[in-house]
Design a protein around this ligand. Structure first.
Ligand code: SAT
Ligand code: MN
Length: 602
């Protein structure tokens, strides 16, 4: 079938790129189920995908990537703004003209022996005024089927685009041309690490990716468009493109509110988005698990959409205990990448909640037996790609083009000490301050840093902000000036990861986090008991619902305790963190920091 367009500029761009990459043919994707099925079959027939057991995993396939191509490559990711200053101190920068020359040399003839697929896609419900259109050119069928799940693809997008609509050009190649008669032979095509490039040209709102077929490097609608490029568009247009989940929470009276939340990776964002409350009568529903685009409505409130249509989630650690809704989401029609394969063609990973059923084939394609192999069977960054509408907890309004009004924004990280279970910002600017100091503690084993060091990841956007992060903070301050305190979301900081001095978790987490969400809900309603502290509003001792919770009163106290000495140390590290941005830290944030110091020393 395929799709067609009357958009001359788009046709011209496709022709230009095809002339450069020299594919054998060009195919315009229509986004249909038949198209998806056709490419899945092609991938299975060519040995790149394994069809899973039709009885236990209907419609599911498994891919094994190349060992060099298993995650985002931050050191190969560029923000090629006109000046290095525009990209800021937290991004890799290259002169756009030089970068383009380098990449053009790689793109030249890079699609020989392959088809160039044209994927017109919408980030957000098609036609929503918050949505944006992109067109990805790729030589990877794996990318085509993943884009089908993660975005809205096809003719209907080209229809909305019309003859002159705006789109973000997203150029992608795996960087592995085929000689005459050569085939992939079941081997994941990609280029070596030093030839991979994930490039963004923010002034042109253009993405060029080369050499990787994996996740955020290749599915260009996600981190590249919906965060790095969208953050620049949002700055210019006065809205927010954020690395946030969106959930709906309903109290026993049937009142519903919406919460957005940003956490650095490995803090359980997908788990929180799909949480099953342990407190009776409360309900949580999922709108999105990774990205939120928020725009002001006519009423002065911020409305959020999930620009994505699927989940690209980390498999290891996902189990019926940690996230039953995710487990149900991936029962069918799911693309697995780099998980292990069982003898009866099902999937398995570390932390799935049960022992490996006999011998497995690991993500490298080798035989693997529990207890006998010292390497994990699934790659730690193994993924599932599943349609969002398969999630049992998906909110009925998740595709509402108008978005959902956000009442609360949560920030958080893994902080074994210092930061209490929950506290609330006293104002929008104070909330922006909390977002700017988000971080997680790292272990000495993981990185070349002192154990207990906090790795700051402001707004969980460090790898995803398409411009100078100091200006990004200023943009958040400005957003707060566009509305009034009663209409803006209330801002909170949560920490599920606080430990005792002996290293024991103080908080059970998972479904019990609903108790914290309940307090957030109540505070956003102007209820909920709180006391002022040096760091913001803290729940009073009886404010968190602990009925039926297996946490001692003493531990609850510890969870909400503020230790002045720890906070004074924290201040020093915040100052170091801020120093990286020099005079680009907005005055409002320096004022917040000074006020915090003054309150701590009072
Ligand atoms: O690979 S992705 O960038 O899509 C996911 C992630 O790394 O957060
Ligand atoms: Mn993410």
């Amino acid at each position: 079938m395929g799709s067609t367009t009357t958009h001359a500029k788009l046709q011209q761009w496709v022709k230009e790129m095809a002339d450069l990459c020299q594919p054998d043919s060009i195919y315009w994707c229509d986004g249909s189920k038949a198209e998806y099925d056709k490419f899945v079959k092609t991938l299975i027939d060519s040995g790149l995908a394994i069809k899973l057991n039709e009885k236990t995993r209907p419609g599911c396939v498994l891919f094994k990537s190349d060992a060099s191509d298993v995650a985002r490559v931050e050191n190969r990711t560029y923000i090629a703004a006109k000046t290095q200053d525009a990209a800021g101190p937290t991004n890799n920068w290259m002169d756009p003209a030089i970068l383009k020359e380098e990449m053009k040399a790689l793109y030249k003839g890079c699609m020989k022996g392959r088809t160039m697929y044209v994927i017109p896609f919408s980030m957000g419900p098609i036609g929503s005024n918050i949505a944006k259109i992109g067109v990805e050119l790729t030589d990877s069928e794996y990318v085509v089927i993943n884009m089908h799940v993660m975005t809205r693809v096809g003719q209907k997008v080209l229809d909305v685009l019309g003859a002159n609509g705006e789109y973000v050009p997203c150029m992608h190649s795996v960087g592995k041309p085929l000689a005459a008669g050569e085939k992939d032979n079941g081997k994941w095509p990609c280029a070596p690490i030093e030839k991979k490039y994930i490039s963004h040209f923010p002034e042109e709102r253009t993405i060029w990716s080369y050499g990787s077929g994996y996740g955020g490097n290749a599915l260009l609608g996600k981190k590249c468009l919906a965060l790095r490029i969208a953050s620049v568009i949002a700055r210019d247009e006065g809205w927010l493109a954020e690395h946030m989940l969106i959930l709906g929470i309903t109290n026993p009276k049937g009142e519903k509110k919406y919460v957005a939340a940003a956490f650095p990776s490995a803090c359980g964002k997908t788990n929180l988005a799909m949480l099953i409350p342990t407190i009776p009568g409360w309900k949580v529903e999922t709108i999105g698990d990774d990205i939120a685009w928020m725009k002001f409505g006519a009423d002065g409130r911020l409305y959020a959409i999930n620009p994505e249509a699927g989940f690209f989630g980390v498999a290891p650690g996902t189990s019926m205990d940690s996230n039953p809704n995710a487990m149900h989401s991936i029962e069918k029609n799911t693309i697995f990448t780099n998980v292990a394969l069982t003898a009866d063609k099902d999937v398995w990973w570390e932390g799935i909640g049960y022992n490996a059923p006999g011998k497995l084939i690991d993500w490298n394609g080798n035989e693997w037996e529990e207890g006998k192999s010292d390497k994990p069977a699934a790659h730690p960054n193994a993924r599932f790609t599943a349609p969002a509408n398969q999630c049992p907890a998906i909110a009925p309004e998740w595709e509402n083009p108008a978005g959902v009004p956000i009442s609360a924004i949560l920030f958080g990280g893994r902080r074994p000490s210092t930061v209490p279970l929950v506290h609330q910002a006293t104002s929008w600017n104070h909330g922006v301050f909390l977002g700017s100091i988000v971080g997680s503690e790292v272990t000495a084993a993981a990185l070349d840093v002192k154990a207990g060091t906090v790795r700051r990841d402001p707004f969980a956007m460090l790898p995803f902000c398409g411009y100078h992060m100091g200006d990004y903070f200023a943009h958040w301050i400005k957003i707060g000036q566009k509305s009034t305190a009663d209409k803006l979301p209330k801002i909170f900081f949560v920490n599920w990861f606080r430990k005792t001095k002996e290293g024991k978790w103080l908080w059970p987490g998972y479904g019990e986090n609903s108790r914290v969400l309940k307090w957030v809900f109540e505070r956003a309603s102007g209820e909920g008991k709180a006391q002022e502290s040096a760091i913001g509003y803290l729940p009073t001792e009886d404010a968190i619902d602990t009925a039926g919770l297996n946490v001692s009163a003493e531990d609850m106290k510890e969870l909400l305790k503020i230790n002045k000495a720890e906070w004074l140390t924290e201040i020093e590290t915040i100052k170091e963190h801020y120093a990286k941005f020099g005079n680009r830290i907005p005055k409002e944030l320096n004022d917040e920091l000074a006020a915090l110091v003054a309150r701590l020393n009072k």
